[in-house]
Design a protein around this ligand. Structure first.
Ligand code: F6P
Length: 541
């Protein structure tokens, strides 16, 4: 048995789970009228309502005891202190330094990294303003009006999500596009209506070696050069790079004057507030970008200093562990009732699943508890007319995170009241359901009655704040970053590496070589050989 399962608090939680087995949320609410007041926490402008969870005061006590026994606080302090908490890569994980105020001192290997962060932010700000004010000209002398971010994973999902989330605050004169997939269709559709002489490509890649991004970057350069009569000088006006790899950027043909750097202590999925956020900064302006950073920082400070019992990321992280490991819940649904957050679930998928999709502990021992759950979701109310049926009446337990705002950024008539009424009603329906008695009292026939019963007892969190501003978005993203960290600390896994993406990458290089050299003998398993043989034929028809 693993050290985790032998911990006193873990064992207590296992027993406690049995005791709670037959208690419905209806019972928990009936027995505890002060529940809604008590099971609430506030941080950085966000309010978390967690009364609709299958917990009571003892559960929470045991969960906080587990956090203490697993050393969550010490691990958090080590991360904030710049220690090499990413042990398999011997790196610090200091995304919190990306949003630290200039006066802070955060050291990696003895050197304060905060001044470097602010120096890059300053250069980014100058560049963003030059674009926004029409001072940055393309090869024909026309101002840049189209920005195409070329990147994948953390170099795409954060920028896309933030652009969509903060679109209300963006400069509508600028066209923002995002290309990530190695499928050329992605590139072709992104540029099909753009003038090359008005288009800036931001090549976003921490390593500057990622196959998809480099392939798309070369296609972008060809597309531009075709319009600029092959004049290579045009590249300088139409390409900038966001990377940690100066050498590879220069080899591609982008001068370091047009490169915005970051550092190996910024993980790809934790990088939307580094130079990788250049497209966000161009869209919303440097001032609003700084507001977003302030939002991140406010949540960081809360996570760093608030007692566990009032600590939002800790509470949500522990509730996640509770369902994942003690109820066998395999997924979490993220349900923003805000159209601008439509890409937020996709963003969270990389943040949570690339971080905590791990099968060994920090010491390399196989884990014997479930680690990172599957995150998924869609904005409300669309999801209600699609998959909510399964959440309400299916056989699986799916904890839900509802995200809602007091005010719409586009207020009109009853729209926002209806939107929020739906969110509140869904949380109520999931928790309390509808009993057979209630169904029968409505005069429903005996035959139909079982189909109309809602078991309820389905848990959810409500995350609420006033408006979706840059500051609110920053705090929301930081909240989930720290939830992921809290859970990794409990499971004793490394949330900052991603070795699991490597094997497929290596095999793809071998396969592409075999596809493009059709006479090469195939030495894979019989299924892989057959599929390669099929494609060799299909591509040459
Ligand atoms: O998918 C693996 C990964 O390394 C992610 O962690 C990262 O965000 C993405 O590829 C892109 O990497 P890069 O920014 O180096 O191009």
């Amino acid at each position: 048995m693993s050290a985790l399962r032998e911990k006193a608090a873990w064992r207590t939680l296992e027993e406690h789970r049995q005791q709670l087995e037959n208690q419905h949320l209806r019972d928990l609410f009936a027995a505890d009228p002060g529940r809604a007041e008590r099971y609430r926490a506030d941080a950085a402008g966000w309010r978390l309502d967690y009364a609709r969870h299958r917990v009571n005061d003892q559960t929470l006590e045991h969960l906080f005891a587990l956090a203490r026994e697993c050393g969550v606080e010490a691990r958090r302090d080590a991360m904030f202190a710049g220690e090499k908490v990413n042990t398999t890569e011997q790196r610090a994980a200091l995304h919190i330094a990306l949003r630290a105020p200039a006066r802070k001192v955060i050291k990696v290997d003895g050197a304060n990294v905060v001044p470097q962060v602010h120096a890059v932010l300053k250069r980014m700000g100058e560049f963003a303003l030059a674009i926004r004010e029409g001072r940055w000209l393309g090869f024909s002398g026309r101002p840049i009006r189209n920005i195409v971010n070329v990147g994948i994973g953390g170099s795409d999902l954060g920028p896309v999500m933030a652009y969509e989330a903060l679109r209300h605050f963006s400069d509508r004169k600028l066209q923002m596009r995002f290309v990530s997939n190695v499928d050329y269709t992605d590139f072709a559709e992104a540029v099909h209506d753009l003038r090359p002489d008005e288009t800036l490509f931001i090549i976003a890649s921490k390593t500057f070696t990622t196959l998809e991004t480099m392939t798309n970057a070369h296609s972008a350069r060809d597309w531009l050069l075709a319009a600029a009569d092959g004049d290579k000088a045009a590249v300088a006006k139409h390409f900038v790079a966001l990377s940690t790899n100066e050498k590879a950027v220069e080899e591609f043909g982008i001068s370091t004057d047009h490169m915005y750097g970051f550092w190996d202590w910024v993980g790809g999925r934790y990088s939307m507030d580094s130079a990788i956020g250049l497209s966000t900064m161009i869209a919303i302006g440097p001032e609003a970008f700084r507001d977003m950073l302030a939002g991140f920082h406010a949540m960081d400070e809360h996570f760093r200093t608030a007692p566990l019992e009032r600590n939002l990321p800790v509470i949500m992280g522990l509730l996640g562990v509770w369902y994942n490991d003690f109820f066998g819940a395999e997924t979490v649904a993220v349900l923003p009732y805000e159209q601008y957050l439509k890409r937020f679930p996709a963003y969270l998928q990389q943040l949570t699943m690339e971080s905590n999709g791990k099968h060994v502990t920090l010491d390399g021992a196989t884990v014997d508890v479930a680690t990172g759950p599957i995150y998924w979701g869609e904005p409300g109310t669309n999801g209600q007319h699609s998959f909510y049926q399964l959440i309400h009446q299916g056989t699986r337990l799916i904890p839900c995170d509802f995200i809602g705002f007091g005010q719409s950024l586009n207020p009109s008539g009853r729209h926002h009241d209806l939107l929020l009424a739906n969110m509140i009603a869904q949380a109520e329906a999931l928790a309390f359901g509808k009993t057979l008695q209630q169904v029968e009292d409505e005069g429903i026939s005996q035959e139909l009655a079982p189909h109309r019963v809602f078991e309820g007892n389905r848990p959810s969190s409500l995350l609420l704040t006033e408006r979706l501003t840059p500051t609110a978005l920053g705090s929301l993203v930081a909240l989930y970053e720290h939830i992921v960290f809290t859970q990794a600390a409990i499971w004793n896994i490394n949330p900052f590496d991603q070795w699991g993406v490597e094997l497929g990458k290596q095999l793809a290089l071998r396969v592409v070589d075999e596809i493009e050299s059709p006479r090469k003998p195939l030495n894979h398993d019989s299924a892989t050989n057959a599929t390669i043989a099929w494609y060799r034929k299909a591509r040459s028809k």
